[in-house]
Design a protein around this ligand. Sequence first.
Ligand code: IMP
Length: 434
Amino acid sequence: MKTLAIIGAQWGDEGKGKITDYLARDADTIVRFQGGNNAGHTIQIGDEVFKLHLLPSGILREGKTAIIGNGVVIDAEGLMEEMRIVEESGRSLDGLRISDRAHIILNYHRKLDGAEERHRGDKSVGTTKRGIGPCYQDKIARSGFRACDLLEEDTLREKAPAVLRMKKELLELMGDSCECTDDMLIERLLGWGDTLGKYICDSSVLVNESIDKGEKVLFEGAQGIMLDIDHGTYPFVTSSNTIGGAICTGAGVGPNRVSTVLGCLKAYTTRVGEGPMPTELCNDLGKYIMKKGGEFGTTTGRGRRCGWLDLVIAKHAVRIGGITSWAITKLDVLNGMETLNVCTHYEVDGERIDYFPASLSKLSRLEPVYVELSGWEDWGDCSEDVAANGYDGLPKELKDYVSFIEKETGRPDDMISIGKRRSETIDRRGDWWA
Ligand code: IMP
């Protein structure tokens, strides 16, 4: 079976877009299985830079099937805009498929996202305000519109009045309003169906057939494990499951159908929005890493909080995410630092722990325990040359840093990324589809 998943091992923004694009070159089918346009994947192909939020990265490669799975929530306008950008770049959308079971984000979801955040006051989550949470809420509450509904006027006429009435009442209670009428809503949904209809299908059938035929299938995760609704820093999380297990529900495949789970691990830690981050550097060093690493959100432009690498989180990601090996990214950002701290444990209430506590109160009291490792020299703008020399040619201290991660987490490192370009990558594994 030739299946491979890529998931984020921290709070998202680990550089999954680049790694996915690298591996998508050899894949036949690429599948997004959760999240929505809260995600932002930056992909550089030659001099072209694409910022994708919803389309699977594989859409940029010719001859691939790029699937938006049932676990994704779709902002139809956003999706159509991305489709336009891809087409304008001279690429084809022929390989695009959208699950008929994927849920649709509506304007009232975005309004509710904003209203919920306002009501939370200084306890706001810091969401992307894309309506992600309210759309998933509707899915669970059985009030959502799915892609298949866009093609059935009768279903929409039956369903829209009750749903819209609930949303209007809710928004009014929250001090907002919704001017949309049943007819306006139905018309909008049918209009999206006109454009997207030819791509809508039962994508689970496609994915499973592709696996059965021995084709190479790549599952592309969004966000990261610490943003998982169950296993992340709740409530400062996104509203989907981001772990490897989410592939089963979000793409419609059995748990025995994913052979390799590559965890994307940034060489330091970042997070956007609110919530606990034990190794955060609230000082000039944190600001230096933010600037050097270009740590500004692809989706919202917000500056990301930066801190030391946290291996308690990496171990949590291995345990829960099913990670079988690492792709360690952005090591070049740490170039030229004399020493580097790596967190291996936490201390809380006089106890030493190496797991991530659920309780926010406990999290507020814990102190990270660090091991100090030596830094390596700055190779300036020569990442391409450095990568060309392969893993053995890397500075000894950098290899020690990587070995330390491998030893502490019990997972090998399969890939090193030291720049945005494909040529700034060291592939230590080679045959990903064996
Ligand atoms: P939501 O997903 O818009 O509901 O936002 C919930 C939390 O997840 C916020 O802290 C967001 O900043 C964070 N988040 C959502 N998507 C991403 C992502 O792709 N990268 C990093 N953080 C994200």
